[in-house]
Write a protein that binds this ligand. Structure first.
Ligand code: SF4
Length: 334
């Protein structure tokens, strides 16, 4: 399918090959671009994008209504991915991918049908389809949590899964999200990350603040029994499995503990090795692209990490929900 997209349309779908080509024609060297005034404006837009992603804003403005030229708007999108990659936190990568997919989906909803079809086709989806081969369907919905996407809940006939009206839009949004997640974090030269440090520090601080606002002050006494058991195991010098280290690190990181705070917990181990620990903690906290979200109770059980269950555990299906629950109880009791 071949149509020429108007330059004004391209910033709505900056992940398209056509959009990237337009930006590349105007940005030869990233270093030089960042030193120019359009570069500074694009960086501001990039920051705005990441902050909107972090704060989960759902209002999207058509870039044509802004003053920046389309190629620099697209450069803003590219720079947002660079910023997130420099911060190196998996949660941020997920948030940006989600934001970008929702943004594109917002514009697609009212887009000219030909353009809509073109954008969808460019990511391998036919907007006219009312059924998908089972293999394609399963691949698309792997990370969709709503039960209605489970294959057992679908109308499957002759190797195809039938779609209800409107569902194709959800699948397009999900495909965009997955494509973006799969391509991040980017490998950014350290010199560029250093240059972007003022912006990445601001973003990291906002992220930290958000974590603190979500979970408030860290209260070890509200930790679920599984996490306490892991802390005890560390203190007693027990060798944890990778999943055990991942569970405790991602949990502590999500409730707002700093990398140094987490390393301090690991320092309770008799054979504590500061360098190795910092490397592992940073890696699990997201720098290596490892999945960030702490495991659910079901996963903890599968890996033999659900220890000392108590009656509050019956009310939750995630260690983070346990923590929230216990903190709220403590707050109410003053
Ligand atoms: S039920 Fe969940 S919160 Fe409770 S101990 Fe097991 S994994 Fe932890």
């Amino acid at each position: 399918m071949d149509i020429a997209l108007d330059q004004k349309v391209l910033p709505r779908y900056p992940f398209l090959k056509e959009s990237q080509e337009l930006a590349r024609r105007h940005v030869e060297s990233l270093e030089e671009f960042l030193a120019s005034s359009p570069g500074a404006a694009a960086l501001d837009r990039a920051k705005e994008r990441v902050i909107a992603a972090l704060t989960q804003k759902k209002e999207f403005q058509d870039e044509a209504a802004r003053n920046l030229r389309p190629e620099f708007e697209i450069a803003g999108y590219a720079l947002a991915r660079v910023l997130v990659s420099c911060v190196g936190d998996r949660l941020l990568v997920d948030r940006l991918a989600r934001y970008e997919s929702e943004r594109a989906s917002f514009f697609l909803a009212t887009e000219d049908p030909e353009i809509r079809r073109f954008v969808a086709m460019s990511i391998g989806i036919d907007t006219g389809a009312d059924a998908l081969p089972v293999i394609d369907y399963v691949e698309l919905v792997t990370h969709m949590r709503d039960l209605r996407w489970r294959l057992v809940n679908r109308d499957v006939r002759q190797g195809t899964v039938h779609l209800a009206p409107g569902e194709i839009d959800d699948l397009i949004r999900e495909r965009i999200r997955v494509i973006l997640v799969d391509h991040m974090p980017l490998r950014v030269p350290s010199g560029i990350c250093e240059r972007l440090a003022p912006a990445t520090k601001e973003i990291a601080a906002l992220q930290q603040q958000q974590a603190l606002e979500q979970f408030g002050e860290i209260k070890e006494e509200a930790f679920p029994p599984c996490i306490n058991a892991l802390i005890r195991a560390i203190t007693e010098g027990t060798n944890l499995t990778h999943m055990g280290r991942f569970a405790i690190t991602s949990f502590l990181h999500t409730v707002g503990m700093s990398t140094t705070g987490i390393a301090e917990i690991f320092s309770r181990a008799p054979d504590f090795d500061v360098e190795k620990t910092m490397y592992q903690v940073e890696h699990i906290s997201g720098r290596g692209g490892t999945e960030y979200t702490p495991p659910s109770c079901a996963t903890m059980r599968t890996f033999g990490l659900c220890a000392n269950r108590n009656k509050d555990c019956e009310r939750v299906n995630h260690p983070l929900s346990y923590y929230r629950l216990r903190k709220n109880v403590k707050k109410k009791r003053g």
